[in-house]
Design a protein around this ligand. Structure first.
Ligand code: DQA
Length: 144
């Protein structure tokens, strides 16, 4: 099963970006981990990152057209992008919203997710481990 892991703006800067908040794992290392975890679960994982809303929307359209399950960290788009939300709403396979941090425990503006209501579920606060749990959830839900 082909699974898309899609990362939004500023996540390409993991490792150097506010390490006290996001930790020291780089985006390249996160990609490697996701491929490894996916392999253990029998999933063919592809990880992409973009800072561009239009590109993210196009990737979500692609996931709709191919019925691919998606792990999505919408990053800052989480909090305000109705375009990303509307693209998510078209998905027919499992959609897991993930966050490295727990947005509910951070600044007020991060408490709102416009994505959560159209996701199958959300995993937040476990660092890179959030992605591992999300892939596990996809493996479980798609096998049901
Ligand atoms: C984030 C949380 C968002 O609030 C923030 O804008 C991000 C990363 C996370 O993974 O914890 O860029 O999605």
């Amino acid at each position: 099963m082909h699974v898309l892991v899609l990362n939004g703006p500023n996540l390409g800067r993991l490792g150097s970006r506010e390490p006290e908040v996001y930790g020291s794992v780089t985006h390249d290392e996160l990609v490697e981990q996701c491929l490894l975890w996916g392999g253990e679960l029998g999933l063919e994982v592809e990880v992409r990152q973009t800072d561009d809303e239009a590109e993210l929307v196009q990737w979500l359209h692609e996931a709709s057209d191919t019925a691919a399950p998606v792990v999505l960290n919408p990053a800052a788009f989480t909090h305000y992008s109705y375009a990303v939300r509307d693209a998510c709403a078209q998905l027919t396979s499992t959609l897991v919203e993930v966050h490295l941090t727990n947005p509910a425990a951070r600044e007020e503006f991060r408490h709102t997710s416009v994505i959560s209501a159209v996701a199958t579920g959300t995993i937040a606060g476990f660092g890179a481990g959030s992605y591992r749990l999300a892939l596990r959830a996809i493996a479980d839900s798609e096998r049901r």
